[in-house]
Ligand binder design. Structure first.
Ligand SMILES: [Zn+2]
Length: 389
């Protein structure tokens, strides 16, 4: 199995400004030609443009620019199928994609060509140098923006057998984890939500007339907030992955569409539901699980996970975030119930398990949960011991 990840660091080089602008121009021009001449093949598009671009731009970057525009064109064509008025893609931010054979990394420095026989050397920071020193890594493309450099990496990992399973139910203010032994742990996300609300309020008080200053402040505060959020999510996802158990998550595809502008919801409601990036946590857990443990995350359909009983699958009644089952008498926190349902769904679909084995696993799991149900009788997410995995 191939595991992917990327490492970032900041840089202060100003030598790339012209090159990035040229790259952006190439991408936009390739998009225009692709639409006008209706070219769908990547190679055809490259052949069409190579001879035109090679006199004006650095030849090493032509292919990457064309491939990037091809990817944008592909998603544009897909969007056209459902929306005939879809906006034509246009890149307005300067950036640069550097192919793996163009740059060189040696002695903790990265060497990038800017013009023929002209190079810029960027020193790597300690963290990035440490990550890159791992054996068996394959270096991928580099994405360069005004002040950030991101190196993508891949490695071949051996498939391993997991030590067990964990189901995670991700919510707005907390994420509840239940493992196959019945242990419950809660990741408290309310701090992140509160921080986002605070930053939003701070920004709303800046009433300068100058748009440029407003923009600068927004970028500054946005970056601060993002750094704090990322640090927290990295810490929590590391804890989840360190248990060496296979993680089961809800499939959130299509979830973002629910809280889009124009769906009849208020601004504050939309802000709150989009404020904590559940996707970010899912992504982190996904790549870390592959990279460190050698097995991928299982995604399950979230439909009905919070409305069905995790013991007997009957419809539950809910009051103040506590659910009760009219059939088997289960009385439990709603998030714990949802996490158990996710766990049970995921374990049923373990790809290597035989049908009979899957049934055994399911019944064994239910046994575990039954024992645990009495202990958790009045357990809520708030009062549950904050046992991190
Ligand atoms: Zn029940």
């Amino acid at each position: 199995m191939i595991a992917l990840k990327s490492v970032n660091q900041s840089h202060r080089c100003t030598e790339f400004v012209t090159l990035m602008d040229e790259f952006r121009h190439m991408v936009n021009e390739a998009i225009r030609v692709g639409i006008d001449k209706k070219i769908t093949s990547k190679i055809k598009l490259r052949n069409e443009l190579y001879h035109r671009f090679k006199n004006e731009f650095h030849t090493s970057y032509i292919s990457m620019a064309v491939f990037k525009s091809h990817a944008l064109l592909k998603s544009y064509r897909r969007a056209l199928r459902t929306n005939p008025c879809a906006k034509k893609p246009y890149v307005s931010k300067n950036f640069l994609i550097i192919d793996s054979y163009i740059y060189k990394i040696s002695y903790n420095h990265i060497k990038i060509p800017t013009r023929p026989r002209e190079f810029v050397i960027i020193p790597l920071n300690d963290y990035v140098a440490k990550v890159l020193s791992e054996k068996g890594l394959k270096l991928g493309n580099i994405t360069l923006t005004k002040n950030k450099i991101s190196i993508s990496l891949s490695k071949q990992v051996e498939k391993r057998i997991s030590a067990g399973f964990i189901g995670i139910d991700t919510n707005l203010k907390n994420s509840t984890c239940v493992d196959d032994t019945g242990k419950v742990s809660v990741i408290d996300m309310s701090k992140i939500v509160a921080m986002k609300i605070r930053y939003r309020e701070i920004l709303s008080h800046f009433t300068r007339n100058d748009v440029r200053i407003q923009k600068k402040l927004k970028i500054k505060y946005g970056q601060k907030q993002k750094n704090k959020e990322d640090a927290f999510l990295h810490e929590e996802s590391n804890k989840a992955v360190s248990s060496r158990k296979q993680i089961i998550l809800e499939n959130l595809n299509g979830m973002k569409k629910l809280y889009k502008k124009g769906n009849g919801q208020g601004r504050r409601f939309r802000f709150l539901l989009n404020s904590w990036s559940r996707f970010k946590l899912h992504k982190m857990v996904d790549y870390k699980s592959k990279w460190q443990n050698g097995f991928s995350v299982i995604y399950v359909n979230p439909k009905g996970t919070s409305s069905k009983c995790s013991i007997c699958e009957a419809k539950v009644l809910e009051e103040r975030r506590i659910v009760s089952c009219p059939r088997c008498g289960l009385y439990i926190d709603r998030d714990v119930n949802a996490a158990r349902n996710i766990l049970a769904r995921g374990m049923r679909f373990v790809p290597d398990a035989l049908a009979s084995e899957a049934m055994v696993q399911k019944s064994a799991l239910v046994e575990n949960l039954k024992v645990d149900a009495s202990e958790l009788h009045f357990g809520t997410a708030k009062t549950a011991p904050e046992l991190y995995i």
